[in-house]
Design a protein around this ligand. Structure first.
Ligand SMILES: [Fe+2]
Length: 171
């Protein structure tokens, strides 16, 4: 379950309906997909290519729905764990404020991660996402991403075109 922390006032929101309402109010799509269908054998570790395909298959209905509703065309799985090669280099690409021209669409399968969201009006919000949480940060929306202290996450990423998903840094 997600936890929102307003950066300036330190106010927190953990109630599911309140989280959804707050996300909507700042223009970010948030859903809860759950993880009941997650194969247990794919838990809490880096995965091979075939295991990643197995994971995508488990959430195929949701992914296909998004292709249909929002025109996305491809999906993959990213795993970041302490033994992931070049973990710090990978994280450093996204821990500074940036935008993408495409939406950033993520379903958190395992572990946790924090999207810091910078709405046009109002204070920045740290959105700590947990397994089962789904988020869409719209194109051109300022944000950054970091892992939590345990540095563990498995996430499904959904794209219009992965080549268009690059970070453009912003102040
Ligand atoms: Fe990003």
């Amino acid at each position: 379950m997600a936890k929102l922390t307003f950066r300036n006032s330190k106010r927190t929101v953990t109630d599911r309906a309140e989280v959804a309402k707050t996300m909507k109010s700042i223009g970010v799509i948030y859903e809860v997909w759950g993880t009941e269908r997650l194969p247990k054998s794919l838990s809490n570790r880096n995965l091979s290519d075939s295991e990643k395909q197995e994971l995508l298959k488990a959430f195929d209905p949701e992914i296909k729905r998004l292709y249909k509703e929002r025109g996305y065309q491809t999906a993959d799985v990213v795993t970041l764990y302490p033994d992931t090669p070049n973990l710090d280099v990978m994280l450093a690409k996204f821990d500074k404020k940036h935008i993408h021209t495409d939406d950033e669409v993520r379903f958190i399968v395992q572990g946790r991660g924090v999207f810091t969201l910078y709405p046009e009006k109002g204070e920045p919000i740290d959105a700590e996402l947990a397994p089962g949480d789904f988020i869409t940060v719209p194109g051109n929306y300022k944000h950054l991403f970091t892992l939590c202290d345990d540095r563990q996450i498995t996430a499904i990423r959904i794209f219009t075109d992965p080549a268009g998903w690059v970070a453009h840094y912003r102040d």
